[in-house]
Design a protein around this ligand. Structure first.
Ligand SMILES: [Zn+2]
Length: 275
């Protein structure tokens, strides 16, 4: 059930770590806010975490928001945790180009939100309700949404030339299912792409503990769940859809989708159902 009220964190918290791409020390401080949605703040200014300011960087494996010179990269894992706990308003002060990678999923962000607590605000939230089926197909991906009770997400993946042909995961998104089933799922990478990503200067903070490596025949390091990559896709989908800026009520199903298709679909949902 979606709470009828907007919500923020009950107290501020800070998380320190290392960025997955830059390999640099990074930190975020999440502070309560009374209104204004989720806003990232850094030395070059502020940027609301909404699709209006979003840029998908598929080749660079992340979702970026930018507002003039203010730019925040790889925000999707933090956004997923905030969305799972139905936090609608907060200020996120970021030090460094990206949030800390924190184990490759959203588990540390969830634990920090639990410790900080959640405070309901007086203002009511207006969910975006999917009232009829809508779909999008492009770039080899397909995403559709259908009416449903609460938010349910399905993500399916297929990587040619690997053992992952048609793996999928589905979850009703609640704080409890998110924490137990989705947040632990780590970022993954295809073994055959590692050299190319390194050559692009990416993944400097990635290691075998925070990133699952997909070989042609099997996982190259121990998976936390047999379907860990699909679960991580559910995590990314939730984080990208959070840029709608309102809780979504419906079932969203994504097949072979990445950040670009997620953001395209988030804009599509807004144009179809936001009124
Ligand atoms: Zn991710």
């Amino acid at each position: 059930m979606t709470s009828p009220h907007r919500a923020t964190v009950a107290s501020a918290f800070r998380i320190d770590g290392v960025g997955v791409h830059s390999g640099m020390p990074c930190a975020i401080s999440v502070e309560p806010a009374e209104s204004g949605g989720i806003v990232f703040a850094g030395p070059r200014g502020e940027c609301p975490a909404t699709v209006e300011f979003a840029i998908a960087q598929e080749s660079r494996r992340r979702t970026v928001i930018a507002n003039g010179a203010a730019r925040f990269e790889q925000i999707e894992h933090v956004m997923a945790a905030l969305a799972a706990f139905a936090i609608t308003d907060a200020r996120i002060a970021q030090e460094g180009p990206e949030p800390p990678f924190c184990g490759g999923g959203s588990r540390e962000f969830c634990a920090a939100i639990r410790r900080a607590g959640i405070r309901a605000l007086a203002a009511r939230v207006e969910p975006l309700v999917v009232t009829r089926p809508v779909s999008f197909e492009g770039n080899g991906a397909a995403i559709m949404a259908a009416p449903g009770d609460g938010l349910r997400l399905t993500a399916g993946i297929e990587f040619e030339g690997t053992f992952l042909r048609g793996q999928s995961a589905t979850f009703a998104v609640t704080p409890e299912t998110f924490e137990a089933e989705i947040a632990p799922a780590r970022t993954f990478v295809l073994e055959r792409e590692i050299e190319q990503l390194r050559a692009m200067g990416l993944g400097k903070g990635a290691d075998e503990g925070n990133t699952l490596v997909l070989g042609a025949e099997s996982y190259r390091n121990p998976a936390l769940f047999p379907d860990e990559p699909s679960r991580h896709k559910v995590l990314d989908l939730l984080g990208d859809l959070a840029l709608v800026g309102r809780p979504i009520v419906g079932h969203v199903m994504a097949w072979r989708a990445g950040h670009e298709s997620h953001l395209h679909f988030a804009r599509h949902l807004l144009s179809e159902f936001a009124h």
